[in-house]
Design a protein around this ligand. Structure first.
Ligand SMILES: *Cc1c(COP(=O)(O)O)cnc(C)c1O
Length: 413
């Protein structure tokens, strides 16, 4: 597109704009289980109104906008309240999980350097299932990444012993996920904590997808093991609001056990011709709407609202798990929240994925091992039967194709 000489009428542009979505994944009809967290029309409306209310304000200016400053602090205290943040714990809102993780690594590195560690080079020790945001951040900061294979006992959990063995004097951080994205499995954070303490290493828990889910699941009776600041070795956490916090996109939290750790995050600068500036995170300008929408949704839902929504997601995941097992699939490990991955012992997940795609489903897959992957939203409660019916048809199509391929082999060999 080239910019036109003259502008166009808004209703013309608007029609065009809405029309652009015509070929997007049909998430509103329940057939998408990745990228979008659909908690229904009412939540979507509140996101929009609350976002628009502070859309023009800028989180860069806490003095100009004490409203946003206070809302951010409220969001952080609500987050810390859910995640066992001790007295003195603190944090900041960021634009998303990648941003939160990047800031946590930067903070851990500067903390390590201030304490005489990792002065020449630095590394981070991760389970193989950890999010790629860690590698992106480490690439930016020239930090080595040590990805350690997960356990091979069928749990798909981080291998705390192997991770501990991978630590050395240059290690600035060990990571556990709660849960990881590929399998939806919560790593053994207590065991990782013991290892991190023995090594004197900063432990980060990546609760991007679970931080605003697991506490409510636990209140609902799901046996979620300790995964947050309740584990004493946990130094920092990343927890996204724009996932199971049901906030508008562009909202995450990065949390620290203490002010002493946090103080290595903000960037304070005065050596230029402009005014001295101190920014807490990577961003300069910060969209006020992302802060106000998160604040509004958290206040709108409250604990009972989140419990209801997350309970619905857990029920949906259980129904999916039962349904896929009845079709002969095997669920990977022991997922407890909204993510689930499963594979068929005889038929390749990607072939089945292709058949589901033909039937209008836009879901995800994992590479190791090849499996189908769903990230479920409250609205999916209404589509489990449709999904299982199409999964069954897709499996049959793959079975039949395999059967005729075998016959063809016999005929021509
Ligand atoms: C989504 C996710 C991230 C990254 O968050 P973005 O908001 O997409 O940048 C990191 N870790 C886990 C476990 C996630 O699920």
């Amino acid at each position: 597109m080239r910019m036109s000489e003259h502008g166009r009428a808004w209703d013309d542009v608007q029609r065009d704009l809405v029309g652009r979505g015509g070929r997007d994944a049909k998430w509103r009809d329940g057939k998408t289980a990745v990228y979008v967290f659909n908690a229904g029309e009412e939540i979507a409306q509140i996101q929009k109104e609350a976002y628009a209310a502070y859309m023009s304000e800028n989180g860069l200016g806490p003095l100009a906008f004490p409203s946003l400053n206070q809302m951010e602090q409220d969001v952080i205290s609500m987050g810390l309240g859910l995640l066992h943040g001790p007295e003195g714990s603190t944090g900041a809102m960021t634009s998303g999980g990648t941003d939160s993780i990047t800031m946590a690594i930067k903070t851990a590195r500067d903390y390590a350097r201030a304490n005489g560690r990792a002065m020449q080079s630095a590394n981070v020790v991760l389970p193989y299932s950890a999010h790629l945001a860690f590698d992106k951040a480490c690439h930016l900061m020239d930090i080595d990444v040590r990805r350690i294979p997960v356990r091979t006992d069928g749990t798909f959990e981080a291998d705390a012993d192997a991770m501990e063995a991978a630590c050395d004097a240059e290690t600035i951080m060990m990571v556990g996920s709660a849960p990881n994205f590929p399998h939806g499995i919560i790593d053994p954070i207590e065991q990782l904590g013991e290892a991190a303490e023995r090594q004197g290493v900063w432990l980060h828990v990546d609760a991007c997808v679970g931080g605003y889910f697991a506490p409510f699941a636990r209140m609902n009776g799901v046996p979620v093991p300790p995964f947050d600041f309740e584990v004493p070795a946990v130094h920092s956490m990343s927890a996204d609001l724009h996932k199971y916090g049901y906030a508008a996109k562009g909202a995450s939290t990065v949390l620290f056990r203490s002010e002493e750790l946090y103080q290595h995050m903000p960037f304070d600068f005065s050596c230029w011709s402009g005014a001295p500036m101190k920014t807490p995170t990577l961003a300069g300008t910060r969209p006020g709407g992302a802060i106000s929408a998160a604040w509004a949704i958290m206040n709108y839902l409250g604990i009972d609202g989140y419990r209801r929504l997350q309970g619905k997601v857990c029920d949906t995941r259980e129904r999916v798990a039962e349904g896929v097992k009845a079709l002969g699939f095997e669920v990977l490990g022991n997922p407890m929240l909204g993510l689930i991955a499963f594979r068929h012992p005889d038929h390749h997940a990607f072939a089945i994925y292709g058949e589901l795609y033909k039937r209008g489903w836009f879901t995800s897959a994992t590479k190791e091992p090849p499996s189908l992957h769903l990230m479920l939203s409250p609205e999916h409660a209404n589509y489990v039967d449709d999904y299982l019916e199409d999964l069954s048809a897709s499996l049959n199509a793959v079975v039949q194709a395999a059967g005729s391929a075998q016959k063809a082999d016999v005929r021509y060999s």
